[in-house]
Write a protein that binds this ligand. Structure first.
Ligand code: NAP
Ligand code: 8YV
Length: 327
């Protein structure tokens, strides 16, 4: 049997909500099985017997893994994998892969766009033009905020954080950061605590992963430390922010403005944030161009192909990097 024929026999489970490009490639290469959503209650006997891989946007629970005893690989679409129970995967010898690097520059571009829209109020200025206010009422009011003279702190100075920092250097803005560990050879000022970073800057960009260690890390204390001229941008995960505290800080002037791409309970956005005139809100579009989503889809499927031909992943998440292929 050729390698291609062998792959045709490998059953890959794909939830309905998935990348069209990845679905077409998986269909050509593997035995694709579709499921309404990654819910163990929907797993059929045939899936239970045959499925060896899952390709998915997000959200694979321990129960879903347990429902598929022959599961070897979860190919997650996206670099963040906080909604996959990687501890359970490792314990069950299941490999998890993600899609780092191919989206880094796109997400950094989006972060900068969101920052400028937030500070210079461009979405409302466009509405002013489109609704005829420019012709009827005159010039759009001057923006209260500016990027000039800002000091920027990055919470989560990883691949995307560093791509954002490189862009900010070109804007002439000083950059500092907070990670759990200082990065050797990186010249930006390091702060061992998030509070220390927030006190030192007036613009905080969060690009930290979700998960227990960052849960509601950006809280009332951090927002207060950022201060009344403060701008908060979140392009990482909504779970890293106490949204109630953020809405209160926007309403009472604890900070000046926020730009948010991610939310704790997507696609539901708290009314208090929707109502905040000093918040610029976009629906998790950080990587959402056709170009970048196609590259992510290719890497997701390439991981499946590599695992089931070479028996090794291309981009394993660190938690399962030591998982070995069975047989
Ligand atoms: P990465 O290279 O792994 O960077 C993550 C950084 O966060 C690391 O430098 C890490 O440093 C730091 N970090 C992790 N846990 C931390 C903690 N508890 N406290 C402080 N710092 C912590 O990942 P990336 O490729 O840059 O992606 C970052 C995140 O962006 C993803 O996980 C995802 O959630 C988000 N994202 C969002 C979009 C979007 O569309 N909005 C798109 C892509 C990615 P230490 O380990 O030293 O702490
Ligand atoms: C995607 C993301 O929107 O990569 C991530 O972590 O948040 C985004 O690129 C998401 O993965 C698609 O489900």
């Amino acid at each position: 049997m050729t390698k291609a024929e062998q792959l045709q026999a490998v059953a890959i489970l794909v939830p309905v909500d998935f990348s069209d490009h990845a679905v077409r490639r998986i269909d050509r290469t593997f035995k694709q099985m579709r499921i309404e959503r990654a819910d163990p209650a929907l797993v059929t006997d045939e899936m239970r017997r045959t499925v060896r891989g899952i390709a998915c946007f997000a959200g694979i629970s321990a129960a879903m893994m347990d429902a598929l005893p022959n599961l070897e690989l979860i190919a997650s679409f996206g670099v963040g994998y906080d909604s996959v129970d990687v501890g359970h995967a490792r314990a069950k010898n299941i490999m998890v892969t993600n899609t780092p690097d191919v989206l880094t520059e796109e997400v950094a571009d989006t972060a900068i766009g969101l920052l400028i829209n937030t500070v210079r109020d461009l979405p409302r200025a466009e509405t002013w033009l489109r609704d005829g206010s420019w012709a009827k009422k005159g010039n759009y009011p001057l923006s209260r905020l500016t990027l000039r003279a800002r000091r920027v702190g990055i919470f989560g100075m990883g691949r995307i954080g560093q791509a954002i920092a490189r862009r900010l250097e070109a804007f002439g803005l000083p950059v500092a950061y907070h990670n759990r560990r200082r990065i050797d050879g990186l010249s930006y000022q390091y702060h061992p605590t998030l509070k220390g970073l927030a006190e030192a800057v007036d613009t905080l960009i969060s690009v930290a992963p979700g998960g227990a260690s960052t849960q509601k890390a950006v809280n009332a204390e951090i927002l207060s430390a950022l201060g009344a001229n403060g701008v908060f941008v979140n392009i990482g995960r909504g779970s890293t922010v106490d949204e109630t505290a953020l809405a209160a800080a926007l309403a009472d002037g604890t900070i000046a403005a926020a730009g948010l791409d991610v939310f704790a309970d997507e696609p539901n956005v708290p009314k208090a944030l929707l109502d905040a005139p000093n918040a610029c809100l976009v629906p998790h579009v950080g990587s959402a161009s056709e170009h970048t989503r196609r590259a992510m889809a290719d890497l997701c499927v390439d991981n499946l192909v590599s695992w089931f031909t070479e028996r090794r992943p291309l981009t394993p998440v660190p938690e399962t990097a030591n998982v070995k292929a069975r047989g």
